[in-house]
Ligand binder design. Structure first.
Ligand code: PEP
Length: 258
């Protein structure tokens, strides 16, 4: 278990990634339940809770979550500040809707949108420059793990963010999400996850003098049933939650576990 000094150095987070799911009506029910439960339990030492939704729902999040203890944001952001980039959304635009966090480099974007680690680092830098907290997602595929390349893959994904980690360690969050555990029902065991988190922390220490301040979250089929054990590992500072973040009862149980 973490000692208090460690807990307060790094923020604990539970962040929901809705992916391309939900609807205005379903969001309203989900958010109402989360806000009601959160208002009762938030306080000093409580985990930070956030949801990352598709862009069109930002006004709804602003209306529903503005002034509550729940942060919100998007699942991607442009590396550019403005200009002829059809279909892209800038970090400043997200900020106009009260967003404070944004996912970058989720494995689904690396896979379906061919995002490279250099692009992910540029997106993270654009987010920080606009005052947002990027949640930089890294993780190996099953083939990479089975070939003994898990750590090398994650180190390669983190490396382009070195400058940002050195300059703004308190403004970024890392999420370790083994690709083989996302949406598959397979979870890294607490020992496997802890081992990779310890490795990530040692890599961060090479990149930033303030590495100890960077929160590193685990993501990949986290559920109410496995959250407590995962989150009690010494280098795991909370979770990035996909499927289970769409069901209020499940998401809130995970928040309680953190
Ligand atoms: C995710 O999409 O970031 C994720 C971790 O998904 P799931 O929890 O469904 O595996």
């Amino acid at each position: 278990m973490k000692c208090d000094s460690e807990m307060y150095k790094r923020n604990r987070w539970v962040i929901g990634n809705w992916k391309m799911n939900s609807s205005l009506v379903a969001n309203a029910t989900l958010l109402e339940a989360i806000v009601a439960a959160r208002d009762e339990s938030s306080g000093v030492g409580a985990s930070r809770v956030a949801v990352c939704a598709p862009f069109p729902y930002l006004t709804q999040l602003q209306r529903t979550l503005g002034g509550t203890a729940i942060a919100y944001g998007a699942q991607d952001v442009s590396e550019h500040t403005s200009g002829a980039y059809t279909g892209q959304v800038s970090a400043a635009m997200l900020g106009e809707f009260g967003a404070t966090i944004v996912l970058v480099g989720h494995s689904e974007r690396r896979l379906y949108n061919a995002e490279t680690s250099a692009l992910v680092a540029a997106k993270a830098a654009a987010a920080v420059a606009a005052g947002l907290t990027p949640v930089i997602c890294v993780g190996e595929t099953l083939a990479e793990r089975e070939s003994g390349l898990a750590e090398a893959t994650v180190a390669r994904q983190l490396a382009p963010c070195a400058a940002l980690m050195a300059s703004s360690p308190k403004n970024i969050v890392i999420a370790y999400e083994p690709v083989w555990a996302i949406g598959t029902g397979k979870t890294a065991s607490p020992a496997e996850a802890q081992a990779m988190h310890a490795f990530i922390r040692s890599e961060l220490a090479k990149l930033s003098a303030a590495a100890a301040d960077i929160s590193v979250l685990y993501g990949g089929s986290v559920k109410a049933a496995n959250a407590r054990e995962l989150f009690s590992q010494s280098d795991i500072d909370g979770g990035l939650i996909g499927g289970a973040s769409l069901i209020a009862e499940d998401f809130l149980a995970i928040v309680s576990a953190a």
